[in-house]
Design a protein around this ligand. Structure first.
Ligand SMILES: O=C(O)CCC(=O)C(=O)O
Length: 248
């Protein structure tokens, strides 16, 4: 994908809305991915705990605002000015049996009104089921928010809990506990392991069930950069990520 304003075909858009996700090849070049990965290798890992590195770090902003991705986000959200909510860079090393993220819907983590949340997850190395690549449940975006419990598969998934502040449009504030959400009673046969090569991306809705498992490969690091977007005018309730960033 070389053009600065790539567009999805009607067939790709239909696929996105039907399945709740779409894999798009070659969003970033090999060189662009290597530049980011090499930069991150020099950084303290604590840096990755922030969800707002795209605001003041040029390397993170470069990926989060990449024109190939933003052009497709604009098209999917039918929005001239989509806004960035948060960014995450996730590395999973095989030697440490790097754990994954229990299967969830992003709306559990990022309630927003009206719900326009979506994500673009870019593979920063070759990824697949073996090295803990992204998996999705096609069509799951059409069934509302599923019930959850705290993740229980400790071999595969991180397990954590945190308290976050919430603020609604009227200024009312309260606290909520969020945790490693895991969908209750999920049929594992419905889970599809995606094979996403380095530089390619997966666009998915905030209601699409997705996650990942541990890296069980021999020597293949799984790297991914995820950016979460909403349409302009959307209210994100969590106060720690309420300040949205424009895409340019
Ligand atoms: O890559 C993963 O392990 C999970 C990513 C994820 O949950 C997300 O990007 O929203």
């Amino acid at each position: 994908m070389q053009s600065t304003s790539p567009q999805l075909t009607p067939g790709q858009l239909e696929q996105y809305h039907r399945d709740g996700y779409l894999v798009v090849p070659n969003l970033l070049s090999e060189e662009e991915v290597d530049t980011f990965v090499n930069y991150e290798a020099t950084q303290d890992k604590k840096f990755r705990e922030s969800l707002h590195n795209h605001v003041d770090n040029p390397q993170w902003a470069y990926v989060a605002k990449h024109p190939n991705m933003v052009s497709l986000i604009r098209q999917i959200l039918q929005s001239t000015n989509p806004m960035i909510v948060q960014t995450m860079y996730m590395e999973k090393w095989p030697a440490e049996a790097g754990k994954g993220t229990a299967l969830h819907q992003d709306t559990h983590y990022l309630p927003n009104e009206p719900n326009t949340l979506m994500a673009c997850w870019i593979a920063m190395s070759d990824t697949d089921g073996e090295n803990g690549g992204l998996c999705v449940v096609p069509g799951s975006q059409s069934h509302g928010l599923y019930k959850t419990h705290k993740s229980t598969n400790v071999k595969d998934h991180q397990s954590w809990e945190a308290e976050v502040g919430m603020r609604d449009r009227s200024g009312k504030e309260w606290k909520e506990t969020i945790y490693s959400f895991e969908i209750e009673g999920l049929d594992r046969d419905k889970i599809v392991n995606l094979e996403v090569p380095k530089g390619s991306g997966v666009f998915f809705t905030g209601m699409t069930i997705h996650g990942s498992y541990a890296n069980r490969s021999v020597g293949r690091v799984r790297r991914a950069f995820a950016t979460h977007f909403v349409k302009e005018g959307t209210w994100v309730l969590r106060s720690d990520v309420q300040t949205l960033a424009p895409v340019e």
